[in-house]
Write a new protein. Sequence first.
Length: 188
Amino acid sequence: MNLPNALTYSHALLSECVGPGDTVVDATVGNGHDTIFLASLVGKTGHVIGFDIQEAALKETQTQLTLTGLASQVELHATGHEHVGDYLTAETPVNGAIFNLGYLPGGDKSLITQPTTTLAAVAELLKHLPRGGRIILVVYYGHPGGKTERNAVVDFCQQLPQRVYQVLQYGFINQVHNPPFLLAIERR
Ligand code: SAM
């Protein structure tokens, strides 16, 4: 069996920390692949809160959720993930969250995630992360602006205090075309 790529590994890491009844966040819904995966992990008693700034992507994802019978446990918001705090009560634990950075494949390549808003959302989610909970960032950085965001998120993660969090970086280092890599923040 081959080593999993960053995207596949992100789902493996989430399936270890998310279960039925949990609340989770898909910070970059896009075409909804992660939303659907998370919705199946949390089940009917759980709760997926999803964000994207592209209404068309959310509409398509909503259709897929309905077709797959997973809509009841998902709420999608047409706003930036930097507002995630507005959709969580202070005491809500978020066991898992995922960010896919960059632009929507097949969509408008100028609508990319930005370091300031990405890090605002991560900082807010850290407040809700229980022990063993994980925030996963799949970092695409080959597009214009991508390296700036990559540097910002890596720098942020490197500065997280070791006694509270452990941060994993996972990715292939001998591939061409800037393959995505993964950062996983886990509260100890
Ligand atoms: N996870 C998605 C999927 O399964 O198809 C792919 C996500 S794509 C790489 C990045 C997405 O982030 C785009 O759909 C883009 O519109 C969205 N985005 C950009 N800035 C955002 C923000 N501030 N808040 C939420 N989503 C944002």
